[in-house]
Design a protein around this ligand. Structure first.
Ligand SMILES: Nc1nc2c(ncn2[C@@H]2O[C@H](COP(=O)(O)OP(=O)(O)OP(=O)(O)O)[C@@H](O)[C@H]2O)c(=O)[nH]1
Ligand SMILES: [Mg+2]
Length: 277
């Protein structure tokens, strides 16, 4: 989606401000960003000549207010917990990150904490086999907190650099989901004597505004430290990155750019703007 060329067309084509506003809002840029752009357009501070620069400056100011780098603990293992609703891309993201870390010479262990969905354990195990990293798993239906405890134990004994923990996005009710994640968070924190280094909420870029309600649900359970915006390879506008940062102060840390194992990128303002422009 070439957001800026579309706005430029709207500007030069003498479209009404309402049309530009509708366009920005329907592409998930959020009320704050949209009204700030609109105000400056009305005051003629933003016009078709400086649109690109002004847009970039505004995006940069928002994105640079948060730290989008991944936290690494001084003493290994660094522990990343992945949460997100069903089908958002958690398991694939874990495989991609494990692969990347391994290629960078780090040792990684993955934990099949989604014991709820049939096929979830096999899916993670297959990825782990392909990229040659150990996986800790138990039978379908086991207590996820117990698998995760074992995973941490095993990772600590093996002295791995990173432990990546998968969780279920599909628990019977929201209450159960929150309860389960709270328990997982508490088990991890007790075991490693600190909070997980990252709690990454994986959001499908296509869900647009619904991303905000997902954040509301998951942050009831765990303190989210970053967002992975998956499926940012198709026609999703990605405008949602701005309201996520503006309303929640949560950085987007990674972008999923395809179904392949290499298809993940660290979030940067530059890459993000490239996608928008
Ligand atoms: N195009 C594209 N597809 C992706 C990306 N990330 C994940 N997918 C696809 O999205 C689908 C769901 O991904 P999973 O990793 O299984 O999602 P999940 O969150 O683990 O799902 P559950 O285990 O059911 O909760 C799969 O078909 C993935 O290949 C991405 O960045 N781009
Ligand atoms: Mg999964």
């Amino acid at each position: 989606m070439r957001i800026l060329s579309k706005i430029k067309c709207l500007l030069t084509g003498k479209s009404s401000f309402d049309e530009i506003e509708d366009f920005l809002l329907s592409n998930d840029f959020g009320v704050d960003f949209t009204s700030s752009i609109l105000t400056e357009m009305k005051e003629n501070k933003i016009n078709s000549h400086n649109l690109m620069e002004a847009f970039k400056d505004k995006v940069e100011a928002i994105v640079s207010a948060v730290d989008s780098s991944m936290r690494i603990n001084n003493i290994p293992p660094t522990v990343y917990l992945f949460v997100g609703s069903n089908g958002s891309g958690k398991t694939t993201t874990i495989a991609k990150i494990a692969n990347k870390l391994k290629k960078n010479g780090k040792s990684v262990l993955v934990v099949a904490g989604d014991t709820f969905r049939a096929g979830a354990i096999e899916q993670l195990s297959e990825w782990a086999d392909r990229i040659q990293v150990p996986v800790v798993k138990q039978a379908l239906g086991s207590d996820p907190a117990s698998v995760i405890y074992d995973g941490l134990d095993s990772g600590i004994v093996r002295k791995v650099d990173f432990i990546l923990i998968d969780t279920s996005g599909r628990v019977e009710t929201k209450k159960n989901l929150i309860g389960e994640l709270k328990k997982i968070y508490s088990v991890i924190s007790k075991k490693i004597e600190r909070v997980p280094d990252e709690i990454l909420l994986v959001l499908d870029a296509y869900i647009g505004q619904n991303a905000l309600s997902q954040i509301d649900i998951f942050k009831e359970a765990v303190p989210i430290t970053g967002i992975v915006l998956s499926k940012f390879d198709g026609s999703a506008s990605g405008g949602i990155v701005l309201p996520i940062i503006q309303q929640y102060g949560i950085p987007v840390k990674l972008m999923g750019t395809g179904e392949g194992i290499e298809d993940i990128e660290a979030f940067s303002c530059e890459k993000y703007l490239k996608k928008l422009v």
